[in-house]
Design a protein around this ligand. Structure first.
Ligand code: AVJ
Length: 317
């Protein structure tokens, strides 16, 4: 595994994010820190919840269209950003293998445990295909394999919605600059819909999403010697109609002073104070096309499910 987060980089990035986010008004934390081994596992459990439709919809679209996508992309290397457990990736890998072009799979994630798991699970299924996991924070350190092979970059699950619009624009432009003629981008986006369905997808009655949300505090406790009491924070979900995004927050149920040893700081919370831990933007098909065009991509094809819940775009630089 190529680990671009060693040498203290990860720790440094976390320190910086926590210092910035927890001294801001209102407080916030970036969602990528949900994903340690426990967080990745909680996310897999989220994808199995009845209320959490995006993964199921994306799977539906891939079942129907993976072969067509593979024939258009003819990719030799599949690079998957935020690959996670890579459960749906087999549909793309199978399609590219059937199309006869697949040579390598490069899962990219911040969490080492999912990369190891995916590599172990997929290697026997694709003999002759190189599996080369890269552990990195693709938001700040986006790199692609530099060989001559034709690449498809898959960014699935709607994870691009975790970036606020300005960061999305930078990210897409940076990605565009790394791609060559013949390469493609396969981008998953969750679509605008009845807010009640959106809220239900992020606030399940079993409380799995609540535990996922609180996991960021456990990560900070472990990595930075902090003293958060996760159970003293309540899981809050809001839909912001103006920005068309879901917000997850953690609300302090009482006044607290939390020491973060590695940063030499104490963070104070007012009773009821809310800290934003994630935005998950919801898109309109024309908005996706416009954002891609602004970053220099042209759309080859747009795919959606019959209910129009979720969209996949195949785009070319
Ligand atoms: C993995 C970023 C696509 O935004 O829907 C699920 C994460 N957060 N439930 C999303 C998440 C709460 C998920 N992504």
């Amino acid at each position: 595994m190529i680990d671009l987060l060693d040498g203290g980089y990860l720790r440094h990035a976390l320190e910086q994010d926590v210092r910035t986010g927890l001294t801001a008004v209102p407080k916030w934390l970036p969602p990528k820190w949900f994903y340690d081994e426990v967080g990745s596992e909680l996310f897999v459990r989220i994808t199995r919840l009845a209320e959490y439709y995006p993964s199921r919809r994306e799977l539906e679209i891939l079942r129907r269209h993976a072969a067509g996508i593979a024939r258009l992309a003819l990719a030799e290397t599949l690079v998957e950003l935020g690959s996670g457990s890579a459960e749906k990736t087999v549909l793309l890998l199978d399609a590219l293998a059937t199309a006869g072009t697949l040579r390598a799979y490069v899962p990219v994630d911040v969490d080492r445990s999912v990369l190891e798991g995916a590599a172990t699970r997929l290697a026997p299924r694709y003999p002759g295909v190189r599996i080369e996991p890269v552990r990195t924070d693709f938001e700040r350190r986006l790199t692609l394999p530099s060989g001559p092979e034709r690449r498809m970059v898959a960014f699935l699950g709607g994870t691009i919605g975790n970036f606020p619009p300005a960061a999305r624009e930078v990210f897409l432009k940076d990605l565009r600059a790394l791609l060559r003629p013949g390469d493609t981008l396969l981008l998953g986006t969750d679509l605008v819909k009845d807010p009640r369905r959106l809220l239900a997808a992020y606030d399940d009655p079993l409380g799995v999403t609540a535990e996922f949300n609180r996991n960021v505090l456990r990560v900070i406790n472990r990595e930075l010697g902090a003293a958060f009491e996760p159970e003293a924070f309540e899981h809050i979900v809001r839909y912001d109609e103006d920005h068309e995004w879901i917000e997850m927050r953690l609300r302090a149920t009482r006044a607290m002073e939390v020491e973060i040893r590695a940063l030499g700081m104490v963070v104070r919370f007012e009773p009821g104070e809310e800290m934003r831990t994630e935005i998950s933007a919801k898109f309109r098909p024309e908005g996706v096309a416009a954002e891609l065009a602004r970053a220099g991509f042209s759309v080859l094809r747009w795919y959606t499910d019959p209910a129009g819940d979720y969209g996949l775009t195949l785009a070319a630089p």
